[in-house]
Design a protein around this ligand. Structure first.
Ligand code: HEM
Length: 557
């Protein structure tokens, strides 16, 4: 009885607090600042606001509707109705990215990421983050990436071999199609290029990152490959909106073992064990080659990212306070795998799709690439191909793998200027938005990259040629490390693997297009972008089959 009364009391108190928060967020607070004067959709759920609509729709679909109706800067309802600032305005993007330390990832997102990737650069904040970046950035410099290009090219060649083997096995007639012509399995099923490319980029990351042969292109049961599939499959459902929120707010939920967490836990255990082995190898390489304790930069052999990182971390002239601990070095391994493998593979997958949809673009790109008369070009030679550069920029713009950046304002008060003024609820013109501490900001990178305000009326069109034309003022309005777009974000937290990613994608396109051509399968399915952290392709109408990209892969005629 006592427990029942206690439970009822606790539930009553929780309900009262909940109602007060919701009442405050939805009705009282709106009068207090210009954030509340922004237009936006009504909440569709008292608990999850509009989040469920956004997460369950195609990537960027809800944001596109909001933008159409309310303008480029708006607010929607977040958890318990708390307003979330949402904007495709370039000035809002630049401001939030530049002030990255005042706009960290929200606590929940950081906690979930930390579980999957450890406490590395991806989740570190403030001074710790500066320390991580200072040590890591040289290992992904332009010079370091140049030396990795042979790895990208060789892995790309292996990828082509595997896709062609798969295609050859399927190139046999299986029945009548349209009553007269026999169709082959290749024409009907195609090759799942998403799967092959994912394995190739994981192998690249392991080789170039740690000099580790994961060999997942040859062997699907490789433990690192299995671990990472488990990690991403297990990780995704933890973000499954409602459960993740409960998991974050109520500690009891964190103690519950869910079906999906088993591969997640196993994946983490394997990536940790492999990481420890790798780190120990690199440290022994240092000790083996150094004559005394004061290790010099040149003492560590190896050109992979981890060797360069260990070298930077033990350099004699680095103050102790600036060094990374063993645990932090270990976390960078899973951070790099996490940040660098599925991002590049997803963009490449969409690239092959774009090529299959537009024969003229495919032919033009192949023609340019075939002008190079070596199988092993340098990065400078690849960078000298203008259409290849334009194609990479355009693909990254329209198919960014990380489509949303979520942040939380830590300043007591901040004023964010707008490039595209919007009309407020009270009819006034808003040029600047005032936000306060704790306000969530969601920047839909996917939609920023498709903004007509920045890219012109044909922003939704795939047109690589736009990058060969003069750079307009509106393109310049986006501050970014690469390609006048939001895909790598910008500022102190910008992706510093972008040189690696761009070089890897160019090398893969180079080797692939010289040998094969891509065509849609005969059913010519429609693909949609679906996001759980990464925006992956799925066939409309065949959702249960999961993420895939099925194309015909044929030898170049
Ligand atoms: C096309 C490929 C890629 C894209 C579009 C991409 C995009 C991004 C984005 C948007 C972020 C910021 C996420 C956030 O803070 O919300 C990020 C961070 C990061 N990326 Fe990439 N990335 C790509 C490939 C890579 C590769 C290949 C590497 C490593 C070799 C890498 C390493 C990192 C790291 C270490 C961070 C964390 C940076 C920090 O917080 O200071 N990325 N990336």
């Amino acid at each position: 009885m006592f427990i029942l009364v206690l439970l009822t009391g606790a539930l009553g108190l929780a309900a009262f607090s909940w109602a007060s928060i919701a009442f405050f967020s939805l009705y009282l607070a709106p009068r207090r600042s210009s954030l509340y004067n922004l237009q936006g959709p009504d909440h569709t759920n008292y608990f999850t606001g509009n989040f469920l609509d956004i997460l369950s729709a195609r990537t960027g679909e809800e944001h596109a509707k909001y933008r159409e109706k309310y303008g480029s800067t708006l607010r929607f309802a977040g958890i318990a109705g708390a307003p979330v600032l949402n904007s495709t305005d370039p000035k809002v993007f630049n401001h939030v990215m530049k002030e990255a330390y005042d706009y960290p990832k929200p606590g929940m997102a950081a906690r979930v990421l930390r579980i999957a990737t450890g406490d590395g650069v991806v989740t570190a904040e403030g001074e710790a983050h500066k320390r991580h970046r200072r040590i890591m950035i040289p290992s992904l410099s332009a010079q370091a990436v140049k030396s990795m290009v042979p790895i990208f090219l060789e892995k790309g060649m292996e990828l082509v071999d595997k896709m062609m083997e798969d295609a050859a096995e399927k190139d046999m007639a299986v029945g009548e199609s349209a009553g007269e012509k026999k169709a082959t399995r290749l024409e009907i099923e195609g090759v799942d290029v998403k799967d092959w490319v994912g394995r190739a980029t994981l192998d690249v990351m392991a080789l170039a990152g740690f000099d580790y042969k994961s060999d997942s292109l040859q062997n699907k049961t490789n433990e690192l490959y299995v671990a990472f599939v488990g990690l991403t499959d297990g990780f995704a459902p933890t973000l499954d909106s409602f459960k993740a929120i409960m998991w974050d707010f109520i500690p009891y939920f964190r103690t519950m073992k869910r079906r999906h967490e088993i591969p997640l836990t196993q994946g983490l255990a394997v990536s940790r064990r492999v990481g420890i082995e790798l780190m120990e190898q690199k440290k022994q390489a240092v000790l083996g080659s150094a004559s005394d304790q004061a290790v010099d930069k040149k003492d560590v052999q190896g050109r992979d990212i981890l060797s360069l990182l260990v070298r930077a971390n033990i350099a004699a002239n680095l103050p102790e306070s600036q060094k990374l601990s063993d645990e932090e070095v270990l976390a960078q391994i899973s951070n790099l795998l996490f940040a660098g493998y599925e991002t590049s593979s997803t963009v490449l997958t969409w690239m092959f799709h774009r090529l299959s949809e537009d024969k003229a673009v495919q032919d033009k790109l192949r023609e340019e690439i075939c002008q190079i008369d070596t199988d092993m070009p340098t990065l400078d030679e690849l960078n000298a191909l203008p259409y290849l550069e334009a194609f990479v920029k355009e693909s990254l713009r329209l198919d960014p793998p990380s489509p949303y950046a979520n942040r939380e304002c830590l300043k007591d008060e901040d004023f964010i200027p707008l490039a595209e003024p919007v009309i407020g609820r009270d009819g006034s013109i808003i040029n600047e938005v005032r936000i306060t501490k704790g306000t969530m900001v969601m920047l839909p990178l996917f939609n920023i990259n498709r903004s007509k305000f920045i890219y012109g009326e044909d922003a939704e069109e795939f047109r690589p040629e736009r990058w060969l034309e003069d750079v307009t003022d509106s393109l310049n309005s986006i501050e970014a490390p690469y390609g006048h777009q939001a895909s790598f974000i910008s500022g102190p937290r910008a992706c510093f693997g972008w040189r690696f990613a761009v070089a890897e994608m160019k090398a893969f396109l180079f080797v692939t297009l010289r040998r094969v051509q891509f065509e849609p399968i005969i059913s010519h399915p429609e693909y949609e972008h679906i996001t759980l952290i990464i925006s992956r392709p799925r066939i409309v109408g065949r959702e249960k089959e999961g993420y895939q990209m099925r194309l015909q892969v044929k030898p170049v005629e």
